[in-house]
Design a protein around this ligand. Structure first.
Ligand code: UDP
Ligand code: MG
Length: 340
């Protein structure tokens, strides 16, 4: 029973004494895009867990990220049978990163557990997460021991990417960790205060700090439906990850620029001396072409690197709200409060 969002409590008379009932509210946040095949299965698994944890109140916040199938309809049906279910319908598909921040904005719980809709993250880990939360941890994240149903290539590229990312950033990025985690209210508030439009939430979790605790689990294959990721999207997310957490590529371009111009200078001296002592020699077409092509290539690459950062700055400087909401539960949203 709750009176306000954060620390609702209810006093009632019990045999002449005032007793305090202080159940904490746990929000389970589920971003979903075209997940009609799994939502009911997910609900059954979650219901099981929620019914067993009687010490807590639960809110399941389903975020419909502009699905093109019957996901929204299923969400509405679920809400009709279970009042613990809330849903948020975004105005279009924004991607998982944005769906998550939208969910965090609307979550009411004292803690929020983010979980994928496709049951790759087993809800059975939730009691363990809550146990660590009660022990005082703010961010209990689930680390994959294994990744069933993922290709060797995906595993390899993801491993390499984390290596590169870790070596160029100062903050510690957790390996083999997705977005499946429990966040205390203060982590949620911290994440909400970061209003970047090109979000890389995996990095933000580390960036905000606080007390972290890792638990290990075996990641299951998707229960049904298809993955929404393809290599194009993954590459984009990787570039977002790099450029939002480090300016190392800019510095690298400067260093390589210095090295190349130093080499060019030495080569120039060599040519001058050669001309003075050996006279003018006309052949030299191949060396000229090599230098022109090499330098031209390097310049284009680094223009691209600079452009990447400039583009990010451009996008952030527009200061647009990150998302718009169509409805929260059954009510139409006016989006007034989003224009912070
Ligand atoms: N998702 C989303 N918006 C998107 C793409 C994905 O909300 O544009 C959700 C999706 O419904 C799922 C979670 O993000 O709950 C993870 O997506 P998916 O399972 O496709 O990714 P994978 O597990 O293959 O990395
Ligand atoms: Mg998945």
């Amino acid at each position: 029973m709750r009176y306000n969002n954060l620390h609702g409590y209810f006093l009632y008379l019990n045999g002449g004494f005032y007793m305090e009932e202080n159940k904490k509210l746990v929000t389970i946040l589920v971003p979903a895009y075209n997940e009609q095949d799994v939502l009911n299965m997910l609900y059954d698994r979650l219901k099981n867990i929620m019914d067993n944890l009687t010490n807590y109140d639960f809110e399941v916040l389903l975020v419909n990220d502009g699905s093109k199938d019957d996901t929204l309809k299923i969400m509405k049906n679920l809400r009709a049978v279970d009042s613990r279910i809330c849903y948020l319908n975004l105005s279009r598909n924004y991607g998982k990163e944005t769906a998550m921040i939208a969910g965090l904005d609307y979550a009411k719980g004292d803690c929020v557990i983010i979980i994928d809709a496709d049951l790759q993250d087993p809800p059975e880990l939730i009691p363990d997460m809550l146990k660590f939360w009660e022990e005082g941890y703010d961010d209990v994240y689930a680390k994959r021991k294994s990744r069933k149903g993922e290709s060797v290539l995906k595993k390899f590229t993801s491993k390499m990417y984390y290596k590169v990312l870790q070596s160029v950033t100062n903050i510690e990025i957790q390996k083999d960790t997705g977005d499946f985690r429990l966040l205390d209210r203060r982590c949620v508030e911290a994440l909400k205060s970061i209003r970047e439009s090109q979000r890389y939430t995996k990095g933000l979790f580390s960036w905000i700090g606080y007390n972290k605790k890792e638990i290990l689990f075996d990641r299951d294959p998707r229960a049904a439906g298809n993955t929404k990721w393809n290599y194009g999207k993954l590459i984009n997310l990787s570039i977002d990850g790099l450029t939002s957490f480090t300016t190392a590529p800019l510095r690298l371009s400067a260093f390589i620029g210095i090295l190349v111009s130093l080499a060019g200078f030495i080569y120039m001296l060599a040519i001058i001396f050669k001309t003075i002592f050996n006279g003018i020699d006309v052949p030299g077409y191949s060396s000229t072409m090599v230098v022109i092509l090499f330098l031209g290539g390097i310049q284009l690459i680094f223009l691209g690197v600079i452009g990447e950062y400039l583009g990010r700055t451009f996008n952030e400087s527009k200061g647009r709200p990150i998302y718009f909401v169509d409805r929260y539960n059954d009510e139409k949203e006016t989006n007034e409060k989003l224009n912070k």
